[in-house]
Design a protein around this ligand. Structure first.
Ligand code: 3JM
Length: 344
C-alpha cells in the first residue's frame, strides 16, 4: 500500500495507549485516518493527537471496518476483538499475552526477528515487556556466540501494574511518612486474594504462580525468548520481582555463551546494536538506572563484566522503559516496518 494507513488504537486512554499517542507525535507517524477506541467507560473522552482533537469511541467488532492496522494496547479485550478486527481485514498488532505462543502468530521485536512479520495471518504479537528489555541486551551477544544459559532477575516498576500501581506506591509512601496505616489493594495484582505493601519493600511475585512454582511472568520470559530467538535450547531461569520504582524496569542478567567472549567484544556489539545503548563507565559511576531510562527509546546496558569462575560467563545490568520499548514503541515499530516494506 503506497497510501497512508488507516489506523485504530484500542485502549487509547490507558498508559500504553497514551504512549502510542506521544510516539505518533515524536516519530511523526503518518496516517490517513485515526480512530481511538476504548471500553464503554472511556467512550466520549476527548484526546489531542498531533494537534487535533479526537473523541474516544467504544470498541466493537464493527469499529475495525476500513482499518489497515489496529494497535492493541493489551488486556483481556484482545481475545475477542483481535480476531474480529483481523476478520475485517485489519492487521492487529497486539500487546497482550493472548496470542504470543500461538504458532500462527508471529512474535516480533523488529531489531531481532523482523523477518517473522511476513508470516502473519492477521495478528502479530508484541512480546512481554521483560522479554523485550532482556533480548535487546542479549541479541548482540547471541550474534557473537550462541547463548546457552540465561539467569535473570527482574526489578519491575509498579507502572507495569497500571496507573493504580503507581498511585498505590505514592499513597503508601505518603502514609508511611505521616506514620499512618495504608491498606494495599493492588500489588502484586488486584485480582489476587492478598495484597502487600510495595513502598520500602520488594514483592517476588508478578502475575500468578503456575504448577512449576514459577510465575506466569517468569514463564513468559522463557517461552517468548525461545520463540523470538528461534532457539528452544537456551536454558533460562528467571525470577521476576516488583520493586518500588515508578517507571522503567531493570534486569540483572548472567549469560553463558558457547565461545568465550571479551568484555570489549560485548561492549562493542551492544554499542553497534540499534535500540541498545551502552551505559557502562564504572570509573565515573555510570550505569543504567530506571530514573534515567524513563521516557527513553533505547534499552541501556551496563555493568558488563566477566563471571569470576566460568570463562564463558558474562554479567550485565539492563534498564529500559517498559511502557515505551517494552510495549508501545515496539508495537509501533512493527507497524512502521510494515509500512516501509509495503506490507499493509
Ligand atoms: C502485562 O489481561 C490482563 O489482565 C492483562 C494481563 C497483563 C499482561 C498479559 O498477560 O497480557 C498485564 C501486564 C501483560 C503482558 O504483557 O504479558
Amino acid at each position: 500500500m503506497s497510501k497512508l494507513p488507516r489506523v485504530a488504537v484500542l485502549g487509547a486512554t490507558g498508559a500504553v495507549g497514551q504512549e502510542f499517542i506521544r510516539l505518533f507525535e515524536e516519530r511523526n507517524f503518518q496516517f490517513a485516518s485515526l480512530k481511538l477506541l476504548a471500553s464503554k467507560r472511556s467512550a466520549g473522552k476527548k484526546l489531542m493527537v498531533c494537534g487535533k482533537e479526537y473523541t474516544v469511541e467504544e470498541a466493537k467488532p464493527e469499529s475495525f471496518e476500513n482499518i489497515d492496522v489496529a494497535l492493541f494496547a493489551g488486556g483481556s479485550i484482545s481475545k475477542t476483538l483481535a480476531p474480529e478486527a483481523a476478520k475485517r481485514g485489519a492487521v492487529v498488532i497486539d500487546n497482550s499475552s493472548t496470542f504470543r505462543m500461538d504458532p500462527e502468530v508471529p512474535l516480533v521485536i523488529p531489531e531481532i526477528n523482523p523477518e517473522d512479520i511476513a508470516k502473519h495471518k492477521g495478528i502479530i504479537a508484541n512480546p512481554n515487556c521483560s522479554t523485550i528489555i532482556m533480548l535487546m541486551a542479549l541479541k548482540p551477544i547471541y550474534d557473537l556466540s550462541r547463548i546457552k544459559r540465561i539467569v535473570v532477575s527482574t526489578y519491575q516498576a509498579v507502572s507495569g501494574a497500571g496507573k493504580e500501581g503507581i498511585d498505590e506506591l505514592y499513597e503508601e509512601a505518603a502514609a508511611f511518612a505521616k506514620g499512618e496505616n495504608y491498606e494495599p489493594k493492588i500489588l502484586p495484582s488486584a485480582s489476587l486474594p492478598k495484597h502487600y505493601q510495595i513502598a520500602y519493600n520488594l514483592i517476588p511475585q508478578i502475575d500468578i504462580f503456575l504448577d512449576n512454582d514459577y510465575t506466569k511472568e517468569e514463564m513468559k520470559m522463557v517461552n517468548e525468548t525461545h520463540k523470538i530467538m528461534h532457539d528452544a535450547e537456551i536454558g533460562i531461569t528467571p525470577t521476576a520481582v516488583r520493586v518500588p520504582v515508578a517507571r522503567s524496569h531493570a534486569e540483572s542478567i548472567y549469560v553463558e555463551t558457547e565461545e568465550p567472549l571479551t568484555v570489549e567484544q560485548v561492549k562493542k556489539a551492544i554499542e553497534d546494536f540499534e535500540g541498545a545503548e551502552l551505559v557502562d563507565d564504572v570509573k565515573n559511576m555510570i550505569y543504567p538506572m530506571p530514573l534515567d531510562t524513563s521516557d527513553k527509546t533505547d534499552v541501556a546496558v551496563g555493568r558488563i563484566r566477566k563471571d569470576l569462575v566460568n570463562p564463558n560467563g558474562i554479567n550485565l545490568w539492563v534498564s529500559g522503559d517498559q511502557i515505551r520499548k517494552g510495549a508501545a514503541l515496539n508495537t509501533l515499530q512493527i507497524a512502521e516496518y510494515m509500512i516501509a516494506h509495503d506490507m499493509l
